[in-house]
Each structure stands twice: as structure tokens, then as C-alpha cells.
Design a protein around this ligand. Structure first.
Ligand code: ADP
Ligand code: MG
Length: 283
């Protein structure tokens, strides 16, 4: 397995107010994210998800332990540019990420700053807009687009940097269901077709069902780490951390408590319907 991002005993604290002890937002995190994988990070507010994400592209640096991006230590200043180019970030508010008045200029912004030659930028912008399904908007004004379209433009801006990994920090939180679906299918496609490693931080359990892996953060530590089936069948543990489970698992859990013999690990609506139908047929 090739590792995209690895953290070792990672600790981080924000600077404290005068006379106060610093509060650790990350208290010893050990994870390894495989290249080409799709990882979802869950956890209640304040559990450390955004802090963790920012250590992945050296926006925040460890105060203890290490973060390696494709083997590069984020504490090595000489590697900073290389690391930022490998790991792109997309944030919650689409409006805060628009930097130009025309879509193509917006997408070209980061590679231009890197000094990429004009011809190459032209090609990258076209490819990136195609990859997010926004080619026809190349000369549009970004601020007039829908939330989902704006986020896809933000993703195109990241893609134009040709990163190996994209980290999305609640990038669907402000979108309506259609916008959310647009963004989700776009990043799944980038993962599948371009092999881009995806780290998706989300509150929506339904966005986690298709992940290769789920990491649950709690109080600055990794509380759970496994496949969607492994994580979502720990119903009591998730609830104790203030998290919900997918509606499918909730339904199956209730049926089991009523004495119906169904498994818990049918996460999709289709799989859930199947196991309930089988239980009915057995009766
Ligand atoms: P999450 O993204 O899971 O909601 P965060 O990483 O934003 O969690 O926050 C983790 C902890 O760090 C929280 O206790 C939060 O209050 C604290 N924190 C986050 N950002 C800052 C900051 N800029 N300054 C001080 N404390 C912060
Ligand atoms: Mg956050």
C-alpha cells in the first residue's frame, strides 16, 4: 500500500490566551490514508476534524508528533510548496473561495501563482472544468452560479493544481440536496477516474456509506476507524459520541429490538429493503 498521508502521535494546540493553559485540539492521532482511497471523517462539533484537515497540507503544523505527505515531513519548510501542491482543500462556504469575476480566471488563479506557463494553464483549466462538469460555464460570473456549481468551480480550482489528494471540509454543508449530490458525484468520479485520494469531512451519514473507510474523531482523538459496515454497526458507541447512524441502520436496530431477526450491516436503502423482505418471507 502506498500512503498518501500519515500522522504519528500528532498533537496540536491553538495558542492560549494570556495566563491560560493551551487546549489541545489533537491529542495523539495516528492514521495512514492510502493513496487512491476515499476516506470520510466524522465527529461532533469541536472533535478536531478541521484542525486535523489543516495539518494535512501544512496550514497548521504539529506541536507534537509528525505529519507526512507522500513521505514529506510537513515541518520541513523546504517542502512546504510541494506539500501544498499535493493536497488541495475545499471549504464550507463557496462564496469565500471565489477569487475572480470569471470562472476561467478563478480556476486559473492557483496555477498562475505557481508560475505555470500560459499554454499549460489553458489546458489545465479546460481539463479541470470538464472533470467537474462545468465546461459550459467557462466565461460565466462565479458569483451568479448556484451553491453546488460554485463548489464544483472551487474543486476545479484545486484540480488545476494537479494535486494527488483533495480534502473537503464540510464542503456540502451549505448546499441544498441537489447541490450536495452534484458535489458528491463529482468527487466520487475524480476518485474513481483520476485516482485522486479524497478525504471528506461531513455531518451527513448518508455521504459516508460509499466510503472505503470511515474515521470517527472524538475529543481530539481517533475514536473509530474502519469500513462503513464496521463503524455504522457500532450503534451505541456512535450515539454515545453524539452521532447518529444512517436511517437504514437505525431502522434495522429498532427492528432487532422488537425481536425481528435482521442484520445491522445493510447500509444502503436497497440492501436494507432486501434483508427486511427476507425476514418477512421467513415468517
Ligand atoms: P471540528 O472541525 O471537528 O468542529 P475543530 O478542529 O474546529 O473541530 O476544533 C477542535 C477544537 O479546537 C475545539 O475545541 C475548538 O474550539 C478549538 N479551536 C478550533 N479553532 C480554533 C482557533 N482558531 N483558536 C482556538 N481554538 C480553536
Ligand atoms: Mg470543522
Amino acid at each position: 500500500m502506498k500512503t498518501m498521508i500519515e500522522t504519528r502521535e500528532l498533537r496540536f494546540a491553538y495558542p492560549a490566551d494570556e495566563g491560560k493553559e493551551p487546549v489541545f485540539a489533537l491529542r495523539g492521532v495516528d492514521i495512514a490514508i492510502e493513496k487512491g482511497s476515499f476516506t470520510v471523517v466524522l465527529g461532533h462539533n469541536g472533535s478536531g476534524k478541521s484542525t486535523l484537515a489543516k495539518t494535512f497540507n501544512a496550514v497548521l503544523l504539529p506541536v507534537g508528533g509528525k505529519v507526512y505527505v507522500e513521505g514529506m515531513d510537513t515541518l520541513d519548510e523546504n517542502l512546504l510548496l510541494a506539500i501544498r501542491q499535493r493536497v488541495g482543500m475545499v471549504f464550507q462556504n463557496p462564496d469565500n473561495q471565489i477569487v475572480a469575476n470569471v470562472v476561467e480566471e478563478d480556476v486559473a488563479f492557483a496555477p498562475e501563482n505557481l508560475g505555470v506557463p500560459t499554454e499549460e494553464i489553458r489546458r489545465r483549466v479546460d481539463d479541470a472544468l470538464k472533470a467537474v462538469g462545468m465546461s459550459e460555464f467557462v466565461t460565466h460570473a462565479p458569483h451568479l452560479l448556484s451553491g453546488g456549481q460554485k463548489q464544483r468551480i472551487a474543486i476545479a480550482g484545486v484540480i488545476a493544481m494537479q494535486p494527488d489528494c483533495i480534502v473537503l471540509d464540510e464542503a456540502t454543508a451549505m448546499l441544498d440536496p441537489i447541490g450536495r449530490q452534484e458535489v458528491l458525484s463529482t468527487i466520487h468520479k475524480l476518485n474513481r477516474e483520476k485516482g485522486i485520494t479524497v478525504v471528506l469531512i461531513t455531518h451527513h451519514m448518508s455521504e459516508a456509506e460509499d466510503a472505503d473507510r470511515i474515521i470517527v474523531m472524538d475529543d481530539g482523538r481517533v475514536a473509530m476507524d474502519g469500513t462503513p459496515k464496521e463503524v455504522f454497526t457500532q450503534v451505541e458507541e456512535l450515539r454515545s459520541m453524539g452521532l447518529t447512524v444512517p436511517d437504514t441502520v437505525d431502522l434495522l436496530d429498532r427492528l432487532r429490538h422488537s425481536g425481528v431477526d435482521v442484520p445491522l450491516d445493510a447500509l444502503t436503502v436497497e440492501a436494507c429493503a432486501d434483508v427486511i423482505a427476507q425476514a418477512i418471507a421467513r415468517n
